[in-house]
Design a protein around this ligand. Structure first.
Ligand code: SF4
Ligand code: SF4
Length: 70
């Protein structure tokens, strides 16, 4: 088991232009924008569990990312 980031669609405001987590994630092609749903999402197989995306999303008061065990 290991922790990976998970974006809650209901809280994510990527549809309003937010890309903070996508910009800050240090792993390439891991936090991405879904052009259909217009939300951010995590490619779980690539996530290293650093939680940086949680910090930046929480700092911006969106609180849309949680760590989940896989
Ligand atoms: S930082 Fe939060 S609100 Fe912004 S795109 Fe990422 S998950 Fe969505
Ligand atoms: S936990 Fe780290 S590696 Fe995983 S999506 Fe967030 S910023 Fe990227």
């Amino acid at each position: 088991m290991y922790a990976v980031a998970f974006v809650e669609d209901e809280k994510c405001i990527a549809n309003k232009g937010c890309r903070l987590c996508i910009l800050y994630c240090p792993e390439a092609d891991t936090l991405k924008f879904d052009p259909v749903k217009k939300k951010a999402y995590v490619v779980e197989s690539r996530c290293k569990g650093c939680e940086l995306c949680v910090v930046v999303c929480n700092n911006a008061k969106h609180n849309a990312i949680t760590m989940v065990m896989r």
